[in-house]
Design a protein around this ligand. Structure first.
Ligand SMILES: [Zn+2]
Length: 146
């Protein structure tokens, strides 16, 4: 199931905060996404309703297994796109992130698989960050933000 661009971005942010701190709080999420705390709280409620996060008062926000897999799929698309842009399109490395931030929400699974195959199933993106496996089975310890 695909979610809205905004929901996917929140899941990525929560995934990154969890990796760094073990959990995310709505205030940290709001700061990272540069939105008002009320907006972050509203989105966390929505994601919770979709079964993608658990939100316990005073314990912060954690991804459910489904949420984690969904976040990793977005990260996978992002990093494959960055690799594609550098290696095939010859785009300078410092420009691929912003481009991938947009493409990651619209790339179909078919194109994702074709890019992966074209590049020979790369392990890392151009910045050296690991590309999550297709089944999203990689550990949740990224070195950096996607
Ligand atoms: Zn990036």
């Amino acid at each position: 199931m695909r979610h809205t661009e905004s929901a996917e971005d929140y899941l990525k942010t929560i995934w990154d905060l969890e990796a760094g701190h073990g959990r995310a709080t709505t205030s940290e999420i709001a700061r990272r996404r540069e939105v008002a705390p009320a907006s972050a709280t509203g989105m966390v409620k929505r994601l919770s309703g979709l079964g993608l996060v658990d939100h316990k008062p005073y314990h912060g926000v954690t991804l459910t297994e489904t949420g984690r897999r969904t976040a990793l799929r977005v990260v996978r698309r992002h990093r494959l796109i960055e690799s594609f842009l550098v290696r095939i399109m010859d785009v300078p490395r410092d420009r691929v992130h912003d481009e991938a931030e947009r493409w990651e929400h619209v790339l179909s699974e078919d194109m994702e698989d074709r890019i992966d195959q074209l590049l020979g199933h790369p392990d890392c993106d151009p910045h050296g960050s690991p590309i999550p496996a297709r089944d999203a089975a990689t550990p949740r310890t990224p070195e950096e933000l996607p």
